[in-house]
Write a protein that binds this ligand. Structure first.
Ligand SMILES: O=C(O)c1ccccc1NCC(=O)[C@H](O)[C@H](O)COP(=O)(O)O
Length: 223
């Protein structure tokens, strides 16, 4: 049996989500580092994609206090039903073009809190956040994927953090996009984020997490 110890991180510190985990060792690394969330990606084109059995295995390893997030992209009800029936989850991350109505529908139908990803490249993109704040439990403020990108997220690209410095949003929110152990402290300082999300920045290759970088990321985010 694999047992995973949890380090609860610094009380009151910045809460970190490590996204795109693929192995039990990744879960162990996130827990040991003191992450608050792990992200399980359901997107077949992604190097981080998991099938439902793999995701269930990882979710069952997560210790109490490490929240399990399913990342889906424009998933239909049948897909969401299959995922939520099999995988113990704390949050659904909607990372596609889901409308505010669809976000509200998913939240009501599946009985889980929902985090909606909003892509930001310029100031005008921030207007969408108000629409989603009315229906989502959390907002993921992420870099907008470039036109023609193979993935709608997880591209390791940052946006200009000054665009969101001092923004008073109503909902809990998480900063994402191109964060690394090297830049996360500056991103937190500039934006005031209390939650941060990383995938590419803690990998040694696409889909391959690096335990030392996960530990360094959480330590740097939490100051
Ligand atoms: O990670 C993926 O492969 C992925 C696929 C489809 C939609 C979203 C995806 N990832 C999103 C994330 O991992 C994060 O929420 C966020 O975008 C940060 O990614 P990164 O810039 O790589 O740190």
């Amino acid at each position: 049996m694999v047992t995973v110890a949890v380090n609860r991180g610094r009380p009151g510190g910045v809460r970190c989500k490590i996204c795109g985990l693929k192995t039990p060792a990744d879960v162990e690394a996130a827990a040991q580092a003191g992450a608050g969330y792990i992200g399980l990606v359901f997107f077949p084109r992604s190097p981080r994609h998991l099938d439902i059995a793999q995701a269930r295995e990882l979710a069952l390893l997560a210790p109490v206090g490490l929240a399990k997030v399913a990342l889906v992209v424009d998933a239909d009800d049948a897909t969401l039903q299959a995922i939520t029936d099999a995988v113990p989850l704390d949050l659904l991350q909607l990372h596609g073009r889901e409308s505010p109505d669809r976000v509200a529908e998913v939240k009501a139908r599946f009985g889980l809190p929902v985090m909606k990803a909003v892509g930001v490249a310029e100031a005008a993109d921030l207007a969408a956040i108000a629409d989603y704040e009315a229906v989502a439990d959390q907002i993921l403020v992420d870099a907008k994927a470039p036109k023609g990108a193979a993935l709608p997220g997880g591209n390791g690209l940052a946006f200009d953090w000054r665009l969101i410095a001092g923004r008073p949003w109503r909902r809990p929110w998480m900063l994402a996009g191109g964060l690394t152990p090297e830049n996360v402290a500056e991103a937190v300082r500039l934006t005031g984020a209390r939650q941060v999300d990383v995938s590419s920045g803690v990998e040694s290759a696409p889909g391959v997490k690096d335990a030392a970088r996960i530990a360094a990321f959480v330590a740097a985010a939490q100051g």
